[in-house]
Design a protein around this ligand. Structure first.
Ligand SMILES: Cc1ncc(COP(=O)(O)O)c(C=O)c1O
Length: 410
């Protein structure tokens, strides 16, 4: 997006604000489907947790994507956006049997990731087909917070527990229609991921009635220049050959599934914030903005890098800044960052703000969550209003139990 468009949006709808470019989401979706065009049946289920605004879910629906969900509320958002229940997969972790049953009753594909729930669900509902999330014990993702397919991870059923899975399946008579894994975000090496895929192929041979294999996601996008990114075209090429060969071996044309979040929406997003104050100390120059980790927590939570541009002064002389927030915690977005000269009142833009940014925001320090705008075909569409004081207090119950004490104290 052009700086002028971003500035105009910030001026019209206020600051701070999230902006998403629909054309980038569409081009990423097309890039992914193109990479797998030689697979007979490809299914991309967008990971709702990355960015769950209904307008974005509607866009995914229009592109032909299904949805990957982790809570019944995400399922409900998907249904509200027009997704068909059979186009939604529910892949929760640590949720109750009751929630899983409620989602299954809606006609959504269930994906189970522990033996206890598998046995209970299979005993009660042997006629509802179920997918199983495996843990391949592979460290394919980025750092330990975002890598979830290794041996110490809480996600998935261990590949070493296949005999137990088979016993449950046989005893309950349930049908396993899918096998799944998700090794985590930011796959650094395609070859490691392909090794995990081999483990899943091997696992799949134990189940004779599969309709699909879902390989999760973790496709890495660049966050700064020179960053490693998953070479999706090369991966598509290699994976297509291997998957098609596997289907022959299996004796059935299966659906190849992925559930990308970051790959589809990360680069489409911009987070715009205003600089409240420039504060020079003995050691650094702080640019203090009208936001904090209540709106964008990835730099503090994951040590994530987000490029920052000064869209009010893009050609200014570059200087070093520490960009910090306004919440009463250490909320540093960037340290020693070279940015075109910043003046108080300037608007800066954080890039790669589509995935896990708004969806991880909070009301910490009793601040409002920002507005969201979708930039579509040259026009800005407000897709979420900024919160108000009413939103902050709408669920608070103002109990009148202290008036007597206050009276006697006065
Ligand atoms: C089960 C599952 N699938 C898919 C995703 C999406 O991953 P990414 O955003 O890296 O594509 C996640 C992310 O946490 C996940 O937990």
């Amino acid at each position: 997006m052009e700086n002028e468009n971003l500035l105009a949006i910030s001026k019209e709808y206020g600051s701070p604000i999230y902006v998403y470019d629909s054309s980038k989401i569409t081009s990423q979706y097309n890039r992914l489907t193109d990479a797998f065009k030689k697979v007979k049946q490809l299914k991309l289920n967008y990971a709702v947790k990355a960015l769950s605004n209904i307008a974005v879910l509607k866009l995914m629906n229009s592109l032909g994507a299904g949805l990957d969900t982790v809570s019944i509320q995400e399922v409900q958002l998907g249904l509200k956006a027009g997704a068909k229940p059979n186009n939604i997969v529910f892949t929760p972790n640590g949720v109750s049997l009751e929630e899983i049953e409620e989602v299954a009753a809606l006609g959504v594909q269930i994906n189970i990731d522990n033996l206890s729930i598998l046995e209970q669900f299979g005993t009660k509902h042997p006629n509802i087909p179920v997918c199983i999330r495996m843990n391949p014990h592979v460290m394919a993702g980025g750092n330990s917070k975002i890598s979830v397919g290794h041996i110490d991870s809480k996600f998935g059923i261990s590949i070493h527990q296949i005999p137990h899975i088979l016993r449950i399946v046989e005893n309950t008579g349930m049908r396993i229609n899918g096998i799944h894994m998700h090794t985590g975000s930011d796959i650094l090496d395609i070859e490691v991921f392909l090794r995990a895929c081999e483990i899943l192929f091997e696992t799949a041979m134990n189940f004779k009635n599969l309709d699909f294999i879902d390989f999760g996601s973790g496709f890495k996008v660049p966050y700064k220049s020179g960053d490693i990114e998953t070479n999706i075209e090369e991966f598509g090429n290699k994976m297509t050959k291997r998957f098609n060969a596997f289907c022959k071996e299996y004796g059935k044309e299966l659906i190849l599934g992925f559930e990308p979040g970051k790959f589809l929406v990360s680069e489409a997003g911009y987070f715009l914030a205003k600089v409240n104050v420039i504060k020079q100390t003995t050691s650094t120059v702080f640019a203090g903005i009208d936001s904090g980790f209540n709106h964008l927590i990835r730099p503090m939570f994951y040590n994530a890098h987000h490029d920052i541009i000064n869209i009010s002064n893009p050609n200014g002389k570059e200087r070093f800044y520490s960009v910090v927030g306004y919440v009463c915690e250490t909320d540093t977005f960037a340290t020693n960052r070279r940015i075109p000269e910043i003046n108080e009142g300037d608007t800066i833009a954080f890039k790669n703000a589509g995935a896990y940014c708004y969806s991880m925001s909070s009301n910490y320090n009793s601040r409002y969550r920002p507005a969201e705008v979708l930039w579509h075909e040259g026009k800005a569409h407000l897709i979420r209003k900024r919160e108000t004081f009413e939103d902050l207090i709408k669920n608070q119950v103002d109990v009148d139990i202290f008036s007597e004490i206050a009276e006697s104290a006065s």
